[in-house]
Design a protein around this ligand. Structure first.
Ligand code: ADP
Ligand code: MG
Length: 485
């Protein structure tokens, strides 16, 4: 079997989260009734003139700065001409030869190996509207909704540096994470604010130069990107193994059949007849403007991860999980700020909380327990006023209650029991009802202590102070006997 190398380049469209459109004042609210988020510019009424939204420009530059691109000081907009009913102007305003950002990279780590995927460019453009086709055969109409028309997009084009579907997946995860950290896009794939086209080709390992590529569109989840690439690679391998070739084409991913389906070949490709948009003056940026934006860039995932390891002394793995989403990092930092115990806070957030958040598939920002209450719970643990077991009980209660952990502890009598006399009595009872354990202790079997502690914990429903229980039991058992063979 011929060994093939996989070559992938991704084109990602991210919707910028501005309040208004890129060349118009109309709002960009998602999910509004059709044609309510529109103005004369979106309708392309005669005489309506586009005016650039400064915020959209800033966000596009921020994306470039965060991804290590160089920013083009003299940039401009071009018309990309094509006809489609959701595009009343007959052209899309995009950028052709002077994209706002050039170069840059997304760093990925696959199977422990670090790798930088180079970016070709990032450009700013407007989105088109949407066609809504009637599903009712008695109403044979399609409708045009222009709410999305003119929403700012950045298109991020990668070099063909990606070598597997797993790398493509990581690239998207990391890219999304960065764009969300810097608050330029919410990258919500379900709402279409992140869209990805995958360009795929293969070549016999060792061969120089690239072979014909297939561009796959309609990928609406990270999982779809992975599955589509895997399917496409197999398809191309099969063509070559049969001695066949194919021409460059665009395919669609069909999630139902889990197949890529040809849409059009290169011969049918559009000639967009790009030319500079005469209604939008070119933009001349100063280095000072860019430097100011750069100095306002927030901490990026990689820097944050490093800081968690150095400042909070967290294991690399903890830092990785906690910085994997901005919301998780924000939540975690709020907990630490109050309880001042980075490692305990990490354990609670990454194990208990993310366990629930992931299971319920919600965002941590919608998690029912606020950082403040988790911090208080950790403080109670650290001051030994509750045991680990009680903490879990309080945590469970907090999931459905608005009360603070101390209120819950008080109400349910969940405080640590430190009554020496009572523990002495329980220790006597434990020893009396476990003669075997006591016998074992004399024979040097130190494990029996845990059994006796367990007995008392069970009797007190986990409330007895484990330290005190240990001390009292030890004093009653006397020294551990010689180990017998
Ligand atoms: P177009 O404008 O037609 O989409 P581009 O040159 O901008 O073409 O390339 C689009 C994407 O295709 C880029 O991400 C690039 O890395 C990728 N690409 C180019 N050639 C190949 C190839 N042979 N195999 C896989 N990906 C490729
Ligand atoms: Mg393309």
């Amino acid at each position: 079997m011929q060994d093939y190398e996989i070559i992938i380049g991704l084109e990602v469209h991210a919707q910028l989260n501005t309040q208004s459109k890129v060349f118009a004042v109309s709002p960009t609210q998602f999910g509004a009734s059709p044609n309510t988020q529109v103005s004369t510019v979106c309708y392309a009424l005669p005489g309506a003139l586009p005016v650039l939204n400064k915020k959209a420009l800033e966000k596009a530059i921020l994306a470039g700065l965060a991804l290590g691109s160089s920013i083009t000081l003299f940039t401009k907009f071009d018309r990309k001409n094509y006809f489609y009913p959701d595009l009343p102007k007959g052209y899309q305003i995009s950028q052709f030869d002077k994209p706002i950002c050039v170069g840059g990279q997304v760093e990925i780590s696959v199977n422990g190996e670090e790798k930088a995927i180079r970016l070709t460019r990032i450009h700013l453009e407007e989105d088109a509207g949407k066609l809504i086709h009637s599903l009712d055969p008695n109403i044979p109409f399609s409708y045009v909704d222009l709410n999305r028309a003119g929403t700012p997009l950045i298109e991020i084009v990668s070099e063909p540096d990606i070598r597997s579907s797993e790398e493509a997946y990581q690239y998207l995860v990391n890219l999304k994470n960065i764009l969300r950290y810097i608050n330029v896009s919410d990258c919500n794939m379900e709402e279409g604010s992140l869209r990805c086209d995958a360009n795929v080709s293969i070549r016999p390992r060792g061969e120089k130069g690239f072979r014909t590529r297939v561009e796959i569109k309609n990928l609406n989840s990270f999982k779809a990107v992975k599955s589509a690439i895997d399917y496409e690679v197999e398809w191309q391998k099969e063509q070559y193994s049969r001695g066949l070739t194919f021409s460059q084409m665009t395919k669609l991913w069909d999630a139902n059949s889990q197949k890529t389906i040809p849409m059009r070949t290169k011969e049918m490709a559009h000639d967009y007849r790009y030319f500079p948009d005469p209604e939008l003056p070119p933009i001349s940026l100063t280095q000072e403007f860019i430097d100011t934006l750069k100095s306002n860039l927030p901490e990026l995932p990689k820097q944050k991860k490093l800081r968690y390891v150095t400042e909070f002394a967290l294991p690399e793995y903890d830092a990785e999980v906690l910085t994997s989403e901005k919301e998780i990092a924000d939540y975690y930092e709020q907990v630490v700020a109050i309880c001042k115990d980075p490692k305990k806070a990490s354990n609670w957030v990454k194990d208990e909380i993310l366990g629930i958040v992931n299971k319920e598939n919600i965002s941590i920002s919608n998690f029912s327990i606020e950082p403040k209450r988790i911090a208080e719970l950790i403080q109670m643990l650290n001051s030994d006023s509750i045991t680990g077991k009680i903490a879990k009980i309080i945590f469970e209660t907090m999931l459905t209650s608005k009360e603070s952990p101390s209120q819950i502890a008080q109400k349910q009598g969940l405080v640590v029991m430190r009554d020496t006399q009572q523990i002495e009595e329980l220790a006597n009872k434990a020893i009396a009802s476990n003669p075997d354990a006591v016998e074992g202790w004399k024979k040097g079997r130190d494990k029996v202590l845990a059994a006796l502690v367990g007995f008392i914990m069970k009797e007190t429903k986990g409330k007895a102070d484990p330290k005190l229980v240990n001390e009292i039991l030890l004093s009653k058992l006397g020294p551990l006997g010689e180990k017998q063979k």
